[in-house]
Design a protein around this ligand. Structure first.
Ligand SMILES: *Cc1c(COP(=O)(O)O)cnc(C)c1O
Length: 358
């Protein structure tokens, strides 16, 4: 299949017309990787089919591109000259890239000191005006909301409904590839736009008879940033998974709706569990995702251990959304893993290590 980007591929499901200028970097069409090694490491038998939706392979390295292609196309259609967002990193990287492609201005507000270097470098390279805010993500989003109501600038955070529209295409791709929706979908939850978008996507496919099944939506927040689990906003959210370091999710209500309608859960995992899952998927499957993404695997592990996943005679199909690429935050990886050994440039020195390695 020709790789055309999500707007052309799923045009009939999206709020675009022939008049909409399509701003695309050929996002979407990401791998749905069967994860047999991971299943083995998690100790489940072959009646569990686990798949990884590798969203880190989008043009800017995260699923944010799916929503941004629609949001920026609509902004250009509406003759907007600038877009603006608050971001823990990936939204700004994506907004900056699509603004560059569209030839419009991009302004991003980031929480000071809490953004992965890879993401910051993307926003800067694509020519965005990057402003660090002395505050957290929630503070930055409040500012963006105020500024975009006073000035002719399009807000492209996920409260922009076009973002959700684009992001729902992840569900279409999964259902198209599996021939139906999976039984369970595990994913991280930050601002909660993505879980809402996936659920919308599955329901639309189901309404049109394009999938019979509907998955249970299993969303995971980091324990130190788990407002939905705790039932109240968190003033100072803390987690190493910076992409989900959010204390007052914008799509809180719709995420709860996705959870309840699908008979799923929104639960939390600890930073320790996230880091273990982060290493496990990299080591067993050769897939390097960012820490926030690993919350999906950590959640899956938690529910396998709990024994809550119903066991069927037929296959149980489970999809984990790996939302962003590990190279976004190499510092975290280096801190998590043992440093490389240094040796003298001699064969005996090398062989000494080899004898204990292979
Ligand atoms: C944005 C993001 C999330 C959180 O998605 P929400 O829609 O805010 O819940 C998770 N992982 C990564 C890598 C992200 O960039």
């Amino acid at each position: 299949m020709e790789h055309v980007g999500i707007i052309e591929r799923y045009r009939q499901f999206l709020p675009v017309t022939e008049k909409t200028p399509v701003v695309t970097l050929r996002e979407g069409n990401t791998p749905l990787l069967p994860a047999k090694n991971l299943a083995k490491a998690l100790g489940v038998d072959s009646s569990y089919e686990i798949y990884l939706k590798c969203e880190g392979l989008n043009p800017t390295g995260s699923f944010k591109d799916r929503g941004m292609t629609v949001a920026v196309s609509k902004a250009v259609e509406e003759k907007s000259k600038a877009i603006m967002c608050a971001s823990t990193g990936n939204t700004s990287a994506s907004a900056a890239a699509y603004a560059a492609q569209a030839g419009i201005q991009c302004i991003v507000l980031i929480p000071e000191g809490n953004i992965a270097l890879g993401k910051l470098s993307q926003a800067l390279m694509h020519g965005a005006k990057v402003i660090a805010v002395e505050g957290n993500f929630d503070d930055a989003l409040t500012l963006v909301k105020e500024a975009t109501t006073r000035h002719p600038i399009t807000l492209v955070n996920s409260i922009n409904p076009y973002r959700i529209e684009g992001q729902k295409t992840g569900a279409f791709e999964i259902a198209d590839e599996l021939g139906d929706a999976p039984d369970f979908q595990f994913m991280p939850v930050g601002n909660a736009g993505n879980i809402s978008a996936y659920w919308k996507g599955y329901k639309e496919y189901n309404d049109r008879g394009l999938c019979i099944n509907l998955p249970k939506m299993m969303g995971f927040q980091a324990e130190g940033a788990s407002p939905i689990v705790k039932g109240k906003p968190i003033k100072n959210p803390e987690t190493i998974a910076t992409a989900i370091r959010i204390g007052n999710p914008a799509s809180w209500k719709s995420a709860e709706k996705a959870r309840d309608e699908s008979a799923g859960v929104i639960d939390s995992v600890t930073d320790q569990e996230i880091l273990e899952a982060y290493k496990m998927v990299a080591k067993t499957e050769g897939v390097f995702c960012e820490p926030a993404s690993a919350a999906s695997i950590a959640g899956l592990k938690k529910y396998i251990v709990k024994g809550t996943l119903e066991k069927r005679v037929i296959k149980l199909r489970i999809v984990c959304i790996l939302t962003g690429h590990g190279l976004k935050d190499p510092e975290r990886a280096i801190q998590t893993i043992e440093k490389p050994e240094t040796i003298q440039p001699t064969l005996p020195a090398l062989e000494k290590i080899l004898s204990s390695t292979i």
